[in-house]
Design a protein around this ligand. Structure first.
Ligand code: PLP
Length: 495
């Protein structure tokens, strides 16, 4: 009888065995298998979870020199996701994106990437000293969001910068849009440089033909996936997959050792093994049912007056109102109703909501609600005419970025990060060079980062975001009354 390798869960099984052992632990963590955990925490997590919170015992292998259960689990993951080699990550896709850039670029090397990258890519630029060649993403004016970069834009950037060492794309974007990644992979490979994919939100792609092509299937050399986002691993658990010879695997290994904890959580690691087992054995069926459920949800939301759903052709997952702010009170009322039913999207912006459906919703029991009688003119709202309104300045549209070919930063992110800084009142910071990351969160796409000129449009956008209750992270003053800028920028030596 043929054995399916995916029937095993080697790391989870080893952890289970170790968690049952009755030893006198003189190793970390200090709570000693839950014996000393504060009662409130034990009640919250349960003793079994605490007993499983174990360090690198010999049976559990070592993340940075895997030879046993971790190696076996990573090999099974590579098989399931279509990679040649897979690394388990405990610091999220964040550390995988950073490590990929560190592996591909030395200080001063150029890397092509979209301006709407996640902040982890900016961290990768700072740590590696790579020089970003930013490509403007396509922009959806109706929804005021940036999508992906086009092959044409990448091709132009490659022609202008033939010494580029890598291309990085975000696939899908936080909002679910997928660009023409296979064409971009071809362009990168024509120059024999690697395509790095931030596939944080696309870990499920390989498991159903109706989903977009997975980055590996499209030709990516390295891809990073948050298994905790769209599959079922615990928060922070992610994977980095590699194929082919364009990316130096030894540099990946060394870079991951730089950016991950030396005390990786086995709860996270085992959750990666279990998530792999789940999708490798039931992925198609789970995705099939989830896609059906998402389709149903999409068409039902479409029926709700003042809400619309971004079209599936972009594989996006946004609810929005195109007639905001004219109907903002109604839009918000609809949103409150979703919340009242304890339906909580991932992000909420002034006129957008971003729900993230996953197979785990198949287990969700919706609360029953008494049917409400509807007003006779209820349906007429559906045909409301979208009115035009001034869009909120978007970090990707109205920021007066020059076209990509001339998009040169006055200072590299790394030089700016290490340069002397001064704190200025916000109105005096315009036209200065930014010294810190200024990042609306979520989705964690920086509006300003070290080395970027500060524009009036960027400040207006961030201030409007604060006015509507947005959170700005990364900078010293999250109220944005002040901003750190580079002191004496002319005196800085680039790189
Ligand atoms: C596009 C993108 N890349 C990378 C990350 C980082 O992922 P993680 O939270 O797993 O570190 C995120 C997080 O939201 C993201 O949206």
């Amino acid at each position: 009888m043929q054995v399916n390798p995916h029937d095993t869960i080697p790391l989870l099984a080893s952890l289970h065995t170790c968690a049952q052992a009755d030893d006198a632990p003189f190793y970390t963590p200090g709570h000693k298998r839950g014996r000393g955990t504060p009662e409130a925490l034990t009640q919250l997590l349960g003793l079994q979870a605490l007993r499983s919170d174990l360090p690198e015992l010999p049976e559990l292998d070592n993340l940075f020199a895997p030879q046993g259960a971790i190696l076996a689990a990573q090999e099974l993951a590579a098989l399931a996701f279509g990679a040649e080699e897979t690394w388990f990550l405990v610091n999220g896709s964040t550390c995988g994106v950073i490590a990929s850039i560190l592996a591909a670029c030395q200080p001063g090397d150029k890397i092509i990437l979209p301006r709407n990258v996640h902040q982890s890519a900016i961290a990768g630029l700072i740590l590696s000293g790579a020089i970003p060649i930013f490509v403007q993403p396509e922009y959806d004016a109706e929804l005021d969001i940036a999508h992906s970069i086009t092959p044409e834009a990448v091709s132009a950037a490659l022609a202008a910068h033939p010494d580029t060492k890598a291309v990085l794309v975000v696939y899908p974007t936080y909002y679910g849009a997928c660009g023409e990644i296979a064409a971009i992979a071809c362009l990168a490979h024509q120059g024999n440089i690697p395509l790095i994919v931030d596939e944080a939100h696309g870990a499920h792609f390989a498991f159903h033909p109706d989903l977009p092509l997975s980055a590996l299937a499209a030709g990516a050399d390295v891809t990073v996936q948050s298994i905790h986002k769209t599959l079922s691993a615990l928060t922070q658990a992610a994977m980095l997959h590699v194929q082919g010879g364009r990316i130096d695997r030894d540099r990946i290994r060394k870079s991951l050792a730089l950016v991950q904890s030396t005390s990786p959580s086995y709860l996270l690691l085992a959750s990666l093994d279990a998530a792999r087992h789940q999708v490798a054995t039931q992925g198609f069926e789970l995705m099939e049912r989830t896609l059906n459920l998402a389709d149903q949800a999409r068409s039902q939301v479409q029926q709700i007056p003042y809400l619309s759903v971004l079209q599936a052709k972009k594989n996006a997952r946004i609810l929005g109102s195109r007639s905001y702010p004219a109907h903002r009170h109604r839009f918000r009322a609809r949103h409150r109703r979703l919340h009242g039913r304890r339906i909580s999207p991932s992000t909420t912006r002034h006129y957008r909501r971003t729900p993230i459906p996953t197979p785990s919703h198949l287990h969700h029991q919706p609360r029953q609600h008494p049917k409400r009688s509807r007003s006779p003119n209820h349906r007429t709202h559906k045909t409301h005419k979208a009115i035009s309104f001034p869009l909120f300045p978007s970090s990707f549209s109205l920021f007066p970025f020059p076209p990509p070919s001339s998009l040169r930063l006055p200072l590299s992110p790394r030089t700016a990060f290490f340069a002397p800084t001064q704190t200025l009142p916000i109105e005096q910071a315009i036209d200065q060079i930014c010294a810190e990351l200024v990042c609306p969160y979520p989705p964690g796409i920086p509006a300003l980062f070290p080395g970027e000129p500060i524009t009036q449009a960027a400040i207006d956008y961030l201030q409007q975001l604060l006015t509507i209750g947005g959170i700005i992270s990364g900078c010293a003053d999250p109220t944005l009354k002040t901003l750190q800028v580079i002191k004496n920028p002319l005196g800085q030596v680039i790189n």
